[in-house]
Design a protein around this ligand. Structure first.
Ligand code: ATP
Length: 645
């Protein structure tokens, strides 16, 4: 397929992506201007407001990073405040007494925090569930203690420090002969706020770029199912480490802003409440949405730093004046209420509402390329080396789970451009063979080669990238995303787009998005979902969900497609449609392994059939040969007949 020509600006605006990007930038710039004007006035009465606005910006940036980690990838961190503190303290400590130029100190602080976050992830990412959250909680508590107890940090407290000859405030950043002054003194233009706003706008645009890119899609995939993410070609472990480092960097950047605004640091500002504030910002705004953490940060910081909650505190004091909840307590109540009544947060809830509004126009479908063209591209394979027609070879493979011999000396050879059915009674080991081929489990003995190369021992994402795609016995979809989004997740970009390119969103990304949308539309058309691109995957009928999984698998340009019971749950018409689709794909050169119980489908489509029983191969040949084997009738069809009798 020849690359699409670069879309014109008008074209991009029409497609909406550039317009939305521009809209986000304009909103950020307007908010930045709204904060910058009073900051530069030098008017003493606006100082408190400027400081609050700057804290909103600092918390919003840190919460944005946390959202990528905890909202998108669902790796719950209770320690973002610690990374905020590390960024603030390292940049301040290195620049105080002019040890380093403040800009260099800031860069070092960001790198150190990213490295710390990445290292922590390296050590903990094999932990699952609450274990990772507990580790981040411990980091937050330890950081809080170190800041409070370590005497040398006292020099950053803003007071002359006799213990460590500290001299109060951090020096302002000098750049191009200009001193970037903090919003601390009446009559001084708070120029550092402008610098913070510029960097924050860039950071938030980058955050949004990542969240909406295939890289962001990979985080959603990890948050949905690591098993699925790996089968989309995502190096799950590497990506978890990378997103942790990225989230830590955003946390540190928020801390750097905070240090520059107040020019001194006191441990009381960096307690566990800070981490909780950031989690609240994400949850209240809407975890996993792009704007959620920004909206949440505005609300939480305003609640904390202004007296809007004072009437509530007073009201509660009328009940008892010997105790009262105070602002943190009321914010905790707010969190509980949010979780109970608005679990998707403000932005998530509004999005849901907009989705349900009657008459909501379906997004304009991308012009579909000819389905055949897309399928041809999806199944394009490199020429067979040395005329060898064997694509996949499973030779003498065994696998046990404890005492269960799931697969015993199994043999399976799949030739290019053919359909190989694997049949057998329940528990015969069919799905385990599929899992061994895609590297979900390691084999105990034997070997598996794909296109002449050993793939046993390789990790799932590497096997997928080599050209193997699959569907699952129970469809694994992003149920809350549209059908188109589901197919988009199947393209190799999800696993391969470098973070830097996602962050920068160079013009090539616009071109690529357009190309992928066209190809996704064509693949949906191919599997019979042409009109369903905008429909939420979870609300599609079961048969269409299965078809959607096939479209997503085809998006990776596989040379071998493994279908695990694709006809399960389908009605007769849908099964017939599936058979036609498989024959179309085979005609275009795609090889398939189909694990199936549905004998009509097996007979209709398969070139070769392997029957398994108790983990071993019972028979192999054409469908007619295998189904005529007495042992097969006895082991498999006999059981079926008894069951259906
Ligand atoms: N992760 C696992 N841990 C322990 N046992 C397993 C695991 N995966 C599969 N098994 C066991 O291996 C055997 C083969 O299971 P497998 O799912 O491969 O069978 P199957 O032929 O696909 O069956 P079905 O048609 O019901 O899907 C079963 O006894 C199963 O319980």
């Amino acid at each position: 397929m020849s690359p699409n020509p670069a879309p014109s600006l008008l074209d991009r605006l029409r497609r909406g992506e550039a317009a939305r990007d521009l809209g986000f930038l304009v909103v950020l710039l307007a908010a930045a201007a709204w904060i910058a004007v009073p900051a530069l006035s030098g008017d003493g009465t606006t100082l408190a407001g400027t400081q609050t606005a700057a804290v909103v910006v600092a918390v919003a940036v840190a919460a944005a990073g946390l959202n990528l980690l905890s909202g998108h990838a669902r790796l719950i961190s209770l320690g973002q405040g610690a990374f905020f503190a590390i960024g603030a303290y390292v940049s301040a400590y290195l620049s105080v007494d002019s040890a380093l130029h403040p800009l260099v100190a800031i860069v070092v602080a960001l790198v150190v925090t990213a490295a710390f976050g990445g290292l922590l992830a390296l050590c903990t990412m094999r932990l699952r569930g609450p274990a990772f959250a507990m580790v981040t909680l411990v980091v937050a508590i330890l950081t809080e203690r170190v800041l409070a107890e370590w005497a040398p940090l006292g020099r950053l407290s803003g007071y002359p420090n006799t213990l460590d000859h500290g001299s109060g405030l951090m020096p302002p950043i000098e750049i191009f002969g200009t001193s970037l002054e903090p919003p601390l003194f009446a009559g001084t233009e708070a120029t550092v706020v402008v610098a913070i706003l510029v960097v924050a706008v860039v950071a938030l645009v980058g955050y949004r770029n990542v969240a909406r890119s295939p890289w962001g899609r990979s985080l959603h995939a990890i948050g949905t199912s690591e098993h699925l993410a790996a089968h989309l070609g995502v190096n799950v472990f590497g990506r978890k480490v990378a997103v942790m480092a990225l989230a830590s960097t955003y946390g540190a950047l928020g801390g750097v802003f905070y240090a520059q605004v107040f020019a001194h640091l006191q441990p009381e500002s960096f307690t566990m409440l800070l981490s909780i504030t950031m989690i609240l910002a994400v949850i209240l705004g809407g975890a996993g949405t792009v704007a959620g953490p920004l909206v949440g940060a505005v609300i939480i910081v305003l609640l904390q730093r202004t007296d809007v909650l004072t009437p509530l505190v007073d009201l509660q004091r009328q009940v008892s004046d010997t105790w009262y909840l105070s602002t943190p307590g009321l914010i905790g109540v707010l969190l509980v209420l949010t979780l109970a009544f608005l679990p998707q947060g403000i932005v998530g809830g509004l999005g849901e509402l907009a989705h349900r509004l009657p008459g909501r126009a379906a997004p304009a479908a991308a012009p579909a390329a000819a389905p055949q063209a897309a399928a041809a591209s999806a199944t394009a394979s490199s020429p067979a080396p040395d005329g060898d027609d064997v694509l996949l070879a499973v030779r003498g493979v065994s696998k046990s789970f404890g005492g269960i011999k799931a697969v015993q000396a199994a043999e399976l050879v799949v030739r290019r451009g053919t359909i190989h059915a694997v049949i057998g009674p329940n528990g015969a080991g069919k799905t385990t063979v599929a899992n061994l081929v895609t590297g979900v489990y390691g084999i105990d003995s034997g070997e598996i080669t794909f296109d002449g190369r050993r793939i046993d021992g390789r990790r799932t994402h590497a096997i997928v990238r080599a050209g193997v795609a699959r569907t699952f016995q129970t469809p694994l979809l992003f149920t809350h995303a549209s059908a188109t989004e589901n197919v988009l997740a199947g393209f190799p970009d999800t696993g391969r787009l470098p973070l830097v390119r996602a962050w920068l969103k160079d013009p090539g990304q616009y071109r690529r998005t357009r190309e992928l949308q066209d190809r996704a539309a064509a693949l949906l058309e191919l599997v019979g979902l042409g009109g369903d691109g905008h429909v939420e995957a979870g609300s599609l009928p079961y048969g269409k969900q299965r078809a959607l999984e096939i479209a997503r698998a085809l998006a990776s340009d596989p040379r071998l497609l493994i279908l695990d019971e694709p006809a399960a749950g389908l009605n007769t018409a849908e099964t017939a449609e599936l058979g036609r689709l498989m024959l179309t794909l085979r005609a275009q050169g795609l090889a398939m392994v189909v694990v199936e119980h549905h004998m009509d489908l097996v007979t209709q489509v398969s070139d070769e059939v392997t029957c398994m029983e108790s983990g071993a191969v019972l028979a192999h040949g054409t469908a007619a040969e295998v189904l005529a084997e007495p042992a097969v009738v006895e082991a498999y069809l006999g059981v079926e007949m008894e069951e259906t009798a």
